[in-house]
Write a protein that binds this ligand. Structure first.
Ligand code: HEC
Length: 335
């Protein structure tokens, strides 16, 4: 009597097929957990290149670079260049597979460690010509101490619910860890709210945003963005960049290789604000522009800047190599 057996087998096979089909059709969770076990080595070891900008980024610690931007472009990835009406200038369009991370360190001496990472991984566009999906991530310390491992979450920029969930998961976990766990309830709430605000990535990382000529014209950050929503990489190829008014310390004010000029051509005045921060101030809330004189920087700094410039240049399309050809001129001194 083979029949019942056949029916049973067919039924089992059928169930299996349904299970496989529903597994394939089941949408994958767009939020995933990410970890970095060795923050001191991670980016250099994983093939990232430090995007050293000509004009230094605002810092919180005097005499130290708190924020480092790392970039990794796939070996065969090409950075497209496009004329941007919004910026009235050329903008970079990074290829799928590119990862950029803003890595922030705090503390001094042996206690110095990575405390915050915010980054973006460019996925594939849905269709030919579509902009790539931006997978955003935030990582924070899982413990205190030197080189403490980092944990966090990644989510697609286009999915507000995933973003909300990734932020909630991160904050829930941070609330149980030091320093939040050691704070009063009120302080903890304020601390976690500040991390939630920092997780509003898209509010700052708009695309092809022009520079501010007047403070606050297009956003809190004075620099504009490229077509991928990044601030720093494109400035690596430039010599003149607008100064920022936030951050604890502006290392450019005491940099002998940097000249700072207001939009009306006058020299800015130095004003001391909150937390004794000295900043360059221009008439009518104009944003000062800082220009680097390559002849006045030492070989180690030029070497780092040129490493970043060459890395971008190697990946630029033909048009970009022409438009940004001058960026490599100061690097000839090193050869
Ligand atoms: C208040 C504005 C602001 C918010 C919010 C913000 N960023 Fe940024 N981000 C910046 C600025 C400015 C830089 C450039 C480095 C610097 O000056 O610190 C930067 C750097 C980066 C970089 C390196 C490439 C670049 O643009 O220079 C990435 C990637 C990045 N941020 C991703 C994120 C992600 C992901 C989030 C959310 C989790 C986020 N950012 C939230 C302002 C912001």
């Amino acid at each position: 009597m083979p029949r019942p057996l056949n029916i049973v087998l067919a039924a089992v096979a059928g169930l299996g097929a349904i299970a496989v089909a529903s597994y394939l059709a089941w949408p994958r969770d767009p939020v995933s957990r990410v970890t970095v076990n060795d923050p001191a080595q991670h980016w250099a070891r994983e093939g990232f290149v430090e995007m050293v900008p000509p004009i230094q980024l605002p810092s919180s610690t005097a005499d130290a670079t708190d924020v480092v931007v790392w970039l990794r472009i796939p070996d065969d990835g090409v950075i497209q260049t496009r004329w941007s009406e919004a910026r009235a200038g050329w903008v970079l369009v990074f290829p799928p597979g590119t990862v950029a991370d803003r890595v922030e360190q705090r503390g001094s001496g042996p206690d110095r460690s990575v405390v915050d990472v915010r980054g973006t991984r460019l996925g594939e566009g849905d269709d030919e010509g579509d902009p790539p999906q931006e997978w955003m991530h935030t990582l924070r310390r899982a413990a205190s101490g030197v080189n403490a491992p980092l944990f966090g979450y990644e989510w697609p920029r286009s999915d507000p619910a995933a973003h909300q969930r990734a932020t909630d998961l991160l904050l829930e976990e941070l609330a149980t860890l030091a320093p939040a766990s050691k704070m009063s309830a009120e302080r903890r709430d304020r601390y976690l709210a500040s991390i939630r605000r920092k997780n509003e990535c898209a509010s700052c990382h708009t695309h092809e945003r022009p520079d501010n000529a007047v403070e606050g014209a297009h956003g809190l950050v004075n620099r504009g963005t490229d077509a991928s929503g990044f601030f720093t990489p494109q400035t690596v190829l430039m010599d003149a960049v607008v100064l920022e008014s936030y951050g604890g310390v502006d290392p450019n004010l005491s940099d002998p290789a940097v000249t700072i000029v207001c939009p009306d051509g006058t020299a800015p005045t130095h004003k001391t604000g909150k937390g004794k921060r000295v900043r360059a101030v221009c008439p009518d809330r104009g944003v000062p522009v800082a220009t680097l004189d390559h002849a006045r920087i030492d070989a180690p700094r030029l070497t780092k800047l040129c490493r970043a410039r060459r890395y971008l240049h190697e990946h630029l399309d033909e048009q970009g190599q022409r438009v940004f050809a001058d960026a490599l001129t100061p690097c000839e001194r090193l050869e």
